[in-house]
Design a protein around this ligand. Structure first.
Ligand code: ZN
Length: 150
């Protein structure tokens, strides 16, 4: 992933479209079967940032604080859970042109950034729930796995 050729840029752009199509706030490459390390976020619905942001090879540079808020995921349609996350984060990586960037997020934006990094590390948002809470939503998870509505 060191060279940003046209093919990669096309992949990045199509990921943004998939995310918008799913009405998600973010989408990680491995959620759409792309085994590269990048994600897209789009918080334009909330006016936090106007344009979708792509971060390639993202790393967490800073986290601070803590907050609890409702979270969902395109991989778990219809499921929303209260999840504790850091309140602020700074993520470094490369943008769609291969330039180094640092993206700062607070509140919802921090939540979405850290949720997407988790995906790239193979972690789902429900992994942040206590085992008790996870057992409470077992039935819903089964339905989602079976492709049923919850
Ligand atoms: Zn997700």
């Amino acid at each position: 992933m060191d060279n940003f050729n046209g093919e990669l840029v096309d992949i990045l752009k199509s990921t943004i479209l998939s995310m918008k199509h799913g009405k998600g706030l973010g989408l990680a490459a491995n959620q759409v079967g792309i085994s590269k390390r990048f994600f897209a976020i789009d918080l334009s619905y909330f006016d936090v940032v106007k344009e979708p942001i792509i971060i390639v090879n993202p790393e967490i540079a800073e986290i601070s604080g803590s907050m609890i808020g409702e979270e969902g995921c395109l991989s778990f349609p219809g499921l929303f859970q209260e999840i504790e996350r850091p309140e602020k984060t700074i993520i470094t990586g490369l943008d769609i042109d291969g330039k180094e960037i640092a993206v700062e997020g607070k509140g919802l934006m921090a939540r979405v950034l850290l949720h997407e990094i988790d995906h790239l590390d193979g972690k789902m948002f429900i992994d942040h729930l206590s085992s008790f809470k996870r057992s409470m939503i077992k039935g819903k998870l089964k339905k989602i796995k079976a492709g049923e509505e919850i």
